[in-house]
Design a protein around this ligand. Sequence first.
Ligand SMILES: NC(=O)c1ccc[n+]([C@@H]2O[C@H](COP(=O)([O-])OP(=O)(O)OC[C@H]3O[C@@H](n4cnc5c(N)ncnc54)[C@H](OP(=O)(O)O)[C@@H]3O)[C@@H](O)[C@H]2O)c1
Length: 213
Amino acid sequence: MKIAILGTGDVGRALGTGFAALGHEVRIGSREAGHEGARAWADTTGPNCSHGTHADAAAFGDWVVFAVRGTAAPELAKNLASALDGKIVIDATNPLDFSGGFPPELAIRGDDSGGEALQRAARGARVVKAFNTVPNALMVNPDLPGGPPTMFIAGDDGDAKAEVTGLLGAFGWDVEDLGGIRSSRWLEAMCMAWVMSAATSGHARSAFKLLRG
Ligand SMILES: NC(=O)c1ccc[n+]([C@@H]2O[C@H](COP(=O)([O-])OP(=O)(O)OC[C@H]3O[C@@H](n4cnc5c(N)ncnc54)[C@H](OP(=O)(O)O)[C@@H]3O)[C@@H](O)[C@H]2O)c1
């Protein structure tokens, strides 16, 4: 499959490497063509990896992963909307606002969320919120004592969620579906719970696990 990764930060590179290791063709997209970090990532990760602009990558991908700064994701989705039509779009972002220092606030919250804003901006996309509650170092093959942690997901398209659930299984995750994209509100709040847990305990190699009775 062809995978577009939008964003060249820690998350974009971690997920791009994970998809490439599964044998997918991956194109990482940046705001600028020829981005040095994107080029270095593509050159060192494998022959199935390439780089380009956000638009190049979105046009290339069968699936498109949003791994950009969360507050910029809805606008980017609006600009790319026709290239996202009908595609599975994984939203790994959190709309974190660090303007007041640490801890950040959610710039979109209450009766809205970044995931909903992204879905509204690209109405034809099949948006699945995933990966936003876990640190990038654990996104692929999370190896923690106590067994596989739980990836919480949300989205309006059941078939898209089933396909993403399959991918998450290949990445080593247990998956819990929280329902429609509206549940991004709770997933983005969970990100803040994780941030505060890591800050308070000093332990960032951690992830949530749902225990079922
Ligand atoms: N870090 C984590 O462990 C983690 C875990 C879960 C979720 N997340 C979420 O995943 C997303 C990516 O996080 P990150 O830590 O990899 O990196 P980040 O520092 O939030 O930024 C990622 C990339 O976003 C792009 N970007 C920045 N401003 C932009 C704008 N105005 N418009 C479009 N693109 C812009 C930049 O790529 P270019 O310079 O190449 O354009 C940058 O490398 C964030 O939303 C974050 O909240 C992060």
